[in-house]
Write a protein that binds this ligand. Structure first.
Ligand code: PMP
Length: 311
């Protein structure tokens, strides 16, 4: 889906016109991948526009930078304010939000520490990530021939641009073979995650998801599933998942800011359960939509763009 131009992008404290939001070709980030970033959604609800788990995303952004010995030039309070101001300035009732902290222009060479640390936030319109029908009908996925990086090569807990070179290989291979997405295994051969989503499996009424040690990003939607499942009285277990258990699962679904809760109805052309969206997946989607579509906020997950509604 082509990007539609909005009015402003926030760069290092200023609102810059969209077409002028540029960096130098010799900026360190372009060559060596040091861009710590987030993907966040702002939802239009009947109670007003609200950003989903904004502070948790900003905290993860700061932590991603910290792993790479990089201090954010802006505090969480400053980034929160900048995000809300930017949504208001662009007059967007709903949007996808992309904050970035990156190594800018100064020196070339792998060593990043002498380069400035710059920050930017962009917002744009982004609909369904895995296809228009994905959320309702589910998607066909494959197990990728690419694995996630081993824990002692590239840390997957940091959400950093360089990690997405591995994601691109997974996604391109999946699409080339006619699948919506690929599931990568970790370096030990256990199930890890999608190119940009966490994975959940339902088996005999219990929900399983790979642990942090399976080279995953600690997804904020993943964490939200823990809360929503507990609310529904469902058990979630973080456990290593051998590939073949995917084929035998009753239900499978992806979670992510872009993908939200996307059911998976087949893996490697093998039907999951009866090949339709399962009841636990639907139940979790309903609870998720109460927050993100209806604007109910029992867990304190929403930051209101125009102030907290009093109804
Ligand atoms: N894993 C990867 C590799 C991702 O890029 C994302 C998207 N940020 C996720 C998982 C899901 O994370 P979240 O729910 O925080 O969007």
């Amino acid at each position: 889906m082509a990007l539609k131009e909005e009015k402003y992008i926030w760069m290092n404290g200023d609102l810059v016109e969209w077409k002028n939001a540029k960096i130098h070709i010799l900026s360190h980030v372009i060559h060596y991948g040091a861009s710590f970033f987030e993907g966040i959604r702002c939802y239009k609800t009947p109670r007003g526009s609200a950003v989903f788990r904004l502070d948790d995303h900003l905290k993860r952004l700061i932590n991603s930078a910290k792993i790479y010995r990089t201090e954010s030039p802006y505090s969480i309070d400053e980034l929160r304010k900048a995000t809300i101001d930017l949504i208001r300035s662009n007059k967007m009732p709903s949007c996808y939000i992309r904050p970035l902290i990156y190594r800018g222009y100064g020196e070339v060479g792998v060593y990043p520490m002498n380069n400035p640390v710059d920050a930017a936030i962009a917002v744009w319109d982004w609909g369904s990530y895995l296809g228009a029908d994905a959320m309702e009908k589910g998607i066909a996925v494959c197990v990728s021939s690419w694995t996630r990086p081993s824990p002692n090569s590239v840390p997957t807990v940091a959400k950093v641009g360089g990690n997405y070179i591995n994601s691109q290989l997974i996604k391109m291979e999946a699409v080339a073979n006619g699948f919506a997405e690929g599931i990568a295994l970790d370096a030990s051969g256990f199930v890890s995650e999608g190119s940009g989503e966490n994975l959940f499996m339902v088996s005999h009424g219990v929900i399983y998801t790979p642990p942090m040690s399976s080279s995953i990003l600690g997804g904020i939607t993943r964490n939200s599933i823990f809360t929503l499942a507990a609310h529904l009285g469902l058990q979630v277990k973080e456990d290593s998942i051998p590939r073949e258990l995917l084929y035998l699962a009753d239900e499978l679904f992806f979670t992510g800011t872009a993908a939200e809760i996307s059911p998976i109805t087949s893996v490697d052309r093998i039907a999951i359960g009866d090949g339709t969206v399962g009841p636990i997946t639907k139940q979790l989607q309903r609870e998720f939509f109460k927050v993100t579509r209806d604007g109910e906020d029992p867990y304190g997950w929403l930051t209101w763009v125009d102030g907290k509604p009093n109804h």
